[in-house]
Every structure is written in C-alpha cells, then in structure tokens.
Design a protein around this ligand. Sequence first.
Ligand SMILES: Nc1ncnc2c1ncn2[C@@H]1O[C@H](COP(=O)(O)OP(=O)(O)O)[C@@H](O)[C@H]1O
Ligand SMILES: [Mg+2]
Length: 297
Amino acid sequence: MIVFATVSTKGGVGKTTLTANLGALLADLGMRVLMIDADVQPSLTRYFPIARRAPHGLTRMITQGTIGEDCISTIALPERSPAQALNPDGRLDLIAADAPEGSLQNWLATRIDRAVRIKLALRNPQINERYDVVLIDTQGAVGHLQDAAVLASDILISPVSPDILSAREFTSGTQELLDRLEPSSALGITVPAMRAAIYRLEHTNDSRTIAKVIREKFVSLRGRVSVLSTAVPHAVAYRKAATAQVPVHWLDPSRAGSTMHALLWELIPSLDGCCAANFEPVAEAPVDAAACAGVAP
Ligand SMILES: Nc1ncnc2c1ncn2[C@@H]1O[C@H](COP(=O)(O)OP(=O)(O)O)[C@@H](O)[C@H]1O
Ligand SMILES: [Mg+2]
C-alpha cells in the first residue's frame, strides 16, 4: 500500500481535483483506492456520488486512531457506457470529512501523538490488505491535521500554479513545512519527498520559470522536492468533469486522459503503460515541464 497526500499552503490550487481524478484513474486501472478527505471543507467528499454513506468518517478515524468499517463510504461513479464504467477489479472508497471547522485541530492540539494519528490508523493490517493506494486530500493551510496527513504519507503531491509568486510561495511554504516537521525524524518518522506538479498551465514559458525557481531552491529544500515532468494544463474539462461528477479521463479521454495517465505513471512508475479502458492517447505528448526546464538535479 502506498500513501499519497496532496498538500499546499494555498487553497484553490487544484488539490481536490487532482486527488479525485488520480483516485478515479487508479480505480479504473483496477487498483483498490481509499481516499481520505482531511479538509474541513468537504470538497472531496462531495466530488463523486456516494453509493453507501458510512455513519462515520474523518472524525472517528482521528479520534479513535483506527479505521473501522463504519468510517468507509463507497463511491459509485455514474457509468454511462461500457467505455465509461469503472474497471470491475477497481474500488474507490472514501473516508468522508465530517468535522466542523477547527474541532479536529483543537482535539489534535491536546494529543501528544497528534503527528502520527493518521499514520497509525492506516497501519491497521485490514486496511493494508484491502487497499493498494491511499490518497489524502488536505486543506490549503497549516495545522495539526495537515501535519498528520503529511507524516502519514509516502509521497507528497503539491500542485503549483505557474506564476512566479506562486513558485516563491511554494518554495517558502515547503521550507517552513520541512523545518517544522523534520524534527519528527528523531521519533523515527521521516518527512516524505515532495513532487511538485505544475498545475493549470497556460503557457510553456511559465512552466520553465517555475521549474527553474524550484530547482534553484533545491538545496535549501534539502533535496526533498522535485518537479514532475507532466504539467496539468488549464482546461475547462476539469471543471466540467467536476460538475458532472465523473473523472476527467472519462469526460476527455484523449487530452485530459493523456495528462492524467502520464502524471500517474510518473508518480507510480510500476504502472507505466497501464491504461484505463477508454483511454485515447493524443498524438502529441502531454506538456513536459522537465523537457523545457530540467527538473531538480
Ligand atoms: N486543470 C484545471 N483547469 C482549470 N480549472 C481547474 C483545473 N483543476 C481544477 N480547476 C478548478 O479550480 C478550482 C479549484 O480547484 P480545487 O481542486 O478545488 O483546489 P483546492 O483543492 O486546492 O482548493 C475548482 O473550481 C476546479 O474546478
Ligand atoms: Mg480542496
């Protein structure tokens, strides 16, 4: 089981969209996926239709420190045709956000084990056997819940808008995150490496600038951050797919489908070449941020 957390210090950068679409694509490749909505604004919880809503969710998972059956909701994507039907081997489950703003942060603040609360909950052998991938969506801010999500994961994914201010904010925010969390290594918990995804790209030049800024900061970021080669373009398909509550690779199997597959193959190289049933690869490769700028050394 591999655990990803989608993080950023800013809101509205595309974390939930990315988490939901990666989750659905993974399930469509036949993987068993658990998504955790660790944002008090429950956007991931509302992203896809829920077939079976569990009586509990994030609050129970955090406060009990374990994931029981009563925390796991099941998602059912609205299947329209054989090409838009989830792979029968796949599974897409959700731990729904159900906490009023601040309540979990306050609860965690009093706990000495707050940093490992999600990590320990995921260590449950039943969860380990039941899922191949866990995706945690977080809120665009700093807090105990976000820290617990970061320290529960193997890889962090951080969408970055392709402009210089966002790039600077990304590097300073990431530096703060590392400074804050690295002392946890004394407790045997490592801060995962971060993959920055250039997100809502409109011009290739932008991606060159941002990748350069991140690369220049590579040393001060202690070699922990690298830029994914695949950049996600700004495209109306992502919003349309969210409105229709379907994965973007169903709504736009060629362009968005190519981008999402390329992104996933980079994040999980062992899936390279695995495709969803409806995949229609475009002739030209998805935008390659690395080719034009070079990723971190
Ligand atoms: N690639 C994209 N192109 C255009 N709009 C997008 C794209 N990805 C997401 N959006 C839109 O951007 C807004 C913010 O995205 P969201 O995933 O909710 O961000 P976050 O979770 O970081 O707050 C949403 O309205 C979403 O539909
Ligand atoms: Mg969000």
